[in-house]
Structures are given as structure tokens and as C-alpha cells.
Design a protein around this ligand. Structure first.
Ligand SMILES: [Zn+2]
Ligand SMILES: [Zn+2]
Length: 346
């Protein structure tokens, strides 16, 4: 079969590899029907995630059909159409028992396309299948479902829930890539009065307005002053960081009101400065996190009931064999206008 293989920083290729086989009784094999490329994959290719070994198949966001199951799998069968979560869960360790699957110490957590081969391939082995896949209702399309593999639960749990968005709040979201846009969509579930998106790229800010942002602010135009004007001089109730750079994190801590929340979602590769000399007196709560995906079943129900509308996210569609082209388009998002790219089995 073909798969997208990482060959060290800056190098990848869509090449022939052996088909995956069941290695553990809790495994399933899925035929990949839809798969996406994540900003995290670009971080890996940039050398920011050194534990990813050369020869690794990338990818952690997919929808597929089960083609083989291990003897220990109890609630999945061949032919089931499933969402493959970016987080695998052993289901029995201390963290899994608390729903903190991202921190799993029983062999799960973020392993797909990281510590084991991932889903940017024609077939993939998925461990802990009972607790790491979700059966999909027929009414939910592959294209919508694949957004629940990572970006929607990540933005919802690490951004909106950690940030404690409440009705009437002013929410500021720094960064309008797919994660920031998903934060706009899931923040709306809590009826904030304003969702202010701060970014640099016109195509992303336009997408944010379509998805439900009430205001957009360009980074160059003093967003701190703009937010203060909007909020009687106070700042935003909740600020969500969806970029992952020191300057954007530090901006978030300036945008928040006294007593407010800063929820960091961004994947950081560099140290940021925590200005405690300014922050200590302002009762600010700062949270960070890796997604646990405990909210995926809830989001799936809302998707099936059309309570969330994911139409604004996918800008480019490819056949899976066009993986290299899809990577080119996604990694040049500034020129191509790409938000989420999805590849389908042909
Ligand atoms: Zn991802
Ligand atoms: Zn576990």
C-alpha cells in the first residue's frame, strides 16, 4: 500500500510500505476513507517533534472502515465505519479512568503518526479500538466527521471548556487557522456576546466571520487597545491562544481582563515569557493542555443533530494518492488560502 512517510526534518514521501497487520488483541485495521493534514504534521516536518522517528507514517485524523479486528475487540466489527480519534486510550490506566485520555500511561495518548504509524495511508492499525474509535451515524459525512478527529474536540476542550466561556462573555481568539476557527464554532455553543478574532491573513479572518466571529482585528492595529475599547477598558473575559508562538501567548495575557481566563491551545516550540510582574495582581487563570477527546461523543451527537455546522472549514479536497500535492497546498496556506484539506479514498 501507499503511505506518507517521514524521513527526518524537511523530508517526506508518498511511497510503498507493507500493509499493517493486527499486533495486539485490541487492534483493528481500518481502510482509510478520509484523512486530513494537521498543523502538527508540519511541526513534525519542521523538526519540532524530535521523538518522531524517520520511517514513521504520519497522520492522526481519519475516518475509515474496519477491515480486520483483533480477538480482544468487543464492540467493533468488520465493516463498521468509524472516526479514528487523534488520541488513543487504553481505557484502564489512572488517567483514562478520569477521562484524561490524552495523558494515558497505558500505551495510549497521542501516539498515531507520532510514536506509532499513523493514518495518512491507505490502511492503518488502530490500537485500543473499543476506546479509541467512534461509530459514525450514516447521516454524518466523512468530511464533517474527520474534523472531529482533532480540531473540534481540541478547540472545545482546551479552548472553550478550559477557558470557561459563559453566556454574554467577550471571547478573544488569537489565531484563525483551523484550530482558532473551531474555537469560534464551539465558543458559540455558550452564547458569548462577542467573539473577536485576531489574525493577520484576510482569508482566515473572512472565514472566521462566516463561522460566527462578531469582530475581526488585524494584529498590526493594536488589538489590546481595540479589546479595551470594546469592553469598557477591561479586556476580554476569555482569551484563547491558537497559534503557539511566544509573542501570541504574551499578547493573550495582555488581552485578558482581571479575573479572566487565558486558555492556551497552541503547540509551542519556544519558551514564552510569563509576565508575573504584571499578572500576579490581576487574578488571571492560565490553562494549557493536550486534548483528551472526552467530548468527541458529544460533538458527534451535535453534528448529527446539525447543532454545529462545519461547512466553512474544508477549502481543498484531494484523492488520497494526491497526498504530496495536498501537503504542498496546506504548507503554503498563505498563498493557497487553505484552511483544512481533506483527502478521500478514490
Ligand atoms: Zn491534528
Ligand atoms: Zn490509559
Amino acid at each position: 500500500m501507499k503511505a506518507l512517510v517521514y524521513h527526518g526534518p524537511g523530508h517526506r514521501s508518498w511511497e510503498n510500505v507493507p500493509e499493517p497487520v493486527i499486533q495486539d488483541p485490541n487492534d483493528v485495521i481500518v481502510r482509510v476513507d478520509a484523512v486530513t493534514i494537521c498543523g502538527t504534521d508540519l511541526h513534525i516536518l519542521g523538526g519540532d517533534v524530535p521523538e518522531v522517528e524517520s520511517g514513521r507514517i504520519l497522520g492522526h485524523e481519519a475516518v475509515g472502515t474496519i477491515t480486520a479486528i483483533g480477538d480482544g475487540v468487543r464492540n467493533r466489527k468488520v465493516g463498521d465505519r468509524v472516526l479514528v480519534s487523534c488520541i488513543s486510550a487504553c481505557g484502564v490506566c489512572r488517567f483514562c479512568r478520569e477521562g484524561a485520555y490524552g495523558q494515558c500511561i497505558g500505551g495510549g495518548g497521542w501516539i498515531l503518526g507520532h510514536l506509532i504509524d499513523g493514518v495518512q495511508a491507505e490502511f492503518a492499525r488502530i490500537p485500543f479500538a473499543d476506546t479509541s474509535t467512534h461509530l459514525l451515524p450514516t447521516s454524518v459525512t466523512d468530511e464533517a466527521a474527520v474534523l472531529l478527529a482533532d480540531i473540534l474536540p481540541t478547540s472545545y476542550e482546551v479552548g472553550v471548556l478550559n477557558g470557561r466561556v459563559r453566556p454574554g462573555d467577550t471571547v478573544a481568539i488569537v489565531g484563525a487557522g483551523p484550530i482558532g476557527l473551531a474555537a469560534v464554532l464551539t465558543a458559540r455553543l455558550y452564547s458569548p456576546s462577542r467573539i473577536v478574532v485576531i489574525d493577520t491573513a484576510p482569508h482566515r479572518m473572512e472565514a472566521a466571520l462566516k463561522i460566527g466571529a462578531t469582530d475581526i482585528v488585524e494584529v498590526g492595529t493594536d488589538p489590546v487597545a481595540t479589546l479595551r475599547e470594546m469592553t469598557d477598558g477591561l479586556g476580554a473575559d476569555v482569551v484563547i491562544e491558537a497559534v503557539g508562538r511566544p509573542e501570541t501567548f504574551e499578547l493573550c495575557t495582555k488581552l485578558v481582563r482581571p479575573g479572566g481566563h487565558v486558555a492556551n491551545i497552541g503547540v509551542h516550540g519556544q519558551p514564552a515569557t510569563l509576565h508575573l510582574e504584571d499578572l500576579w495582581i490581576r487574578n488571571v487563570t492560565i490553562t494549557t493542555g493536550l486534548v483528551d477527546t472526552f467530548s468527541t461523543p458529544t460533538l458527534l451527537r451535535m453534528l448529527a443533530a446539525e447543532q454545529i455546522e462545519t461547512g466553512g472549514f474544508v477549502t481543498h479536497r484531494f484523492g488520497i494518492e494526491e497526498m504530496e500535492d495536498a501537503y504542498d497546498v496546506f504548507s503554503r496556506a498563505g498563498e493557497s488560502g487553505a484552511l483544512k484539506v481533506v483527502l478521500f479514498r478514490t
